[in-house]
Design a binder for this molecule. Structure first.
Ligand code: FAS
Ligand code: PHB
Length: 404
């Protein structure tokens, strides 16, 4: 057994863990990342595509915005296609100039991993048998790496290990409450090196089911289809995918759709999930380890970022100002923003997807709700301000960073 020691042990090298590591590094706070997968596997994962302005600001604060500024696509609006009609939501006009940025989570992860490598920071990839211990008193982590058993003593553990991670699972059942809703459909996602069908994202509500036309760049498109729970990705040839997407689009989009071979194709479940609280003594859960949203509101990655804004600020305040205020408020502050994003993601999913079990009346009511939103400045404003991202309740972030 080799004994190690650090201030903060970060479990998981996804966006949450990597971003926390980068912000702690910039503040001069010692930490180690422990990840069960290989660095290659982590860097290749294809997931989210939309960054809120506050997430862009945080990545800038972390000093990893070079590629984001060069390749990210700022978007002022999105479109909602319903009953064959497209409605543009002018996000910027409705939110005093705010935007979202199209920049893949894959790229965010690669940028953070590159920054970590450049700084020569300590990460254990392909760690096996990761376990967390005594996080109420004197926390430590045990794991195997390259046939060597390690014991890592630390002040705090950041559980950034995603929905299936070990950290939340290590909390005694009587200390934790979870809230969950599983949706009766999934998203079939396709990535293809073809130009996007439109300059902006199109959220499609159709009688055949939801579809989303997104992108990663002006030459790489990302499309999603709502599919039944029973579907398997092997049942969806490229030809079948493009044919079904066309049936859900309007004439104009069908004409401008450019098809091509998929370079990635996968089916993901949709769920809403929240853990309360998000702090257990010296263990902090962040990102998907604490909550999951259906991707309809483009909030998953952005919620991971906001948790890390609160957690990094709290840890920096603890080490550099000898204050536990941020730590003590972490869970309450995160959950206030998490639940608002959960509500918005549930609402967008409810509004735009076809639910087989809904009655004709429910379907008409939902159509009337969407028509009200699209015809009302107040309705459009509520959609826009949630989509671009609600503000963090945080001391001016760089005040914290300037402590370092
Ligand atoms: P992550 O799951 O990204 O990272 C957790 C890390 O912890 C992983 O690298 C994992 O290997 C590691 N880990 C797990 N157990 C461990 C253990 N015991 N020991 C050590 N390491 C361990 N969000 C959107 O906004 N839009 C989308 O379109 C979208 N699509 C998605 C599609 C899929 C298939 C999935 C699963 C998620 C999607 N999301 C989407 C949500 C996604 O982007 C997450 O919100 C984001 O990855 C959260 O980042 P992390 O919290 O870092 O968790
Ligand atoms: C994506 O591009 O992957 C994406 C965009 C918006 C969403 C979900 C996913 O709401």
């Amino acid at each position: 057994m080799e004994n190690l020691k650090t201030k903060v042990a970060i479990i998981g090298s996804g966006p949450a863990g990597l971003l926390l590591g980068q912000l702690l590094y910039k503040a001069g706070i010692d930490h180690i990342i422990i990840e069960q997968r290989s660095a290659e596997y982590v860097a290749a994962r294809i997931r989210a595509g939309i960054l809120e302005q506050v997430s862009v600001d945080l990545l800038t604060q972390a000093g990893v915005d070079q590629n984001l500024n060069k390749f990210g696509l700022p978007h002022d609006g999105i479109e909602i296609l319903s009953n064959g009609l497209k409605h543009r939501i002018d996000l910027s006009a409705l939110t005093q100039g705010k935007q979202v940025t199209v920049y893949g989570q894959t790229e965010v992860t690669k940028d953070l991993m590159q920054a970590r490598e450049n700084a020569g920071l300590c990460s254990y990839y392909e760690a096996e048998g990761v376990q967390i211990h005594d996080f109420d008193s004197n926390p430590y982590v045990t794991f195997n790496h390259n046939h060597q058993q390690y014991r890592l003593a630390c002040d705090f553990i950041a559980g950034c290990d995603g929905y299936h991670g070990v950290c939340r699972a290590s909390v005694p059942q009587d200390k934790i409450k979870t809230f969950e809703k599983v949706y009766p459909f999934r998203w079939l996602g396709v990535l293809a090196d073809v130009p996007p069908v439109s300059d902006e994202l199109i959220y499609v509500q159709s009688e055949r089911g939801f579809a989303l036309c997104s992108m990663r760049s002006k030459t790489r498109s990302r499309y999603y289809l709502q599919v039944p729970l029973t579907d398997h990705v092997d049942e969806w040839s490229d030809e079948r995918f493009w044919g079904e997407l066309e049936k859900r689009l309007d004439d104009e989009s069908r004409k401008s759709l450019i098809k091509g071979s998929s370079i990635e194709k996968s089916i993901a479940p949709l769920r809403s999930f929240v853990t309360e609280p998000m702090r257990f003594g010296k263990l902090f859960l962040a990102g998907d380890a604490a909550h999951i949203v259906p991707p309809t509101g483009a909030k998953g990655l952005n919620l991971a970022a906001s948790d890390i804004a609160y957690l990094s600020s709290a840890l920096i305040e603890f080490y550099l100002k000898d204050s536990t205020e941020g730590i003590d408020q972490y869970s309450e502050k995160c959950l206030k923003r998490v639940w608002k994003a959960e509500r918005f993601s549930w609402w967008m999913t409810h509004l735009l997807h076809r639910f087989e079990t809904e009655s004709d009346f429910d379907h008409k009511i939902k159509q009337a709700e969407l028509n009200y939103i699209l015809d009302s400045k107040a309705g459009l404003t509520t959609l826009a301000e949630n989509y671009v991202g609600l503000p963090y309740e945080l001391k001016k972030f760089d005040d914290m960073q300037n402590l370092s």
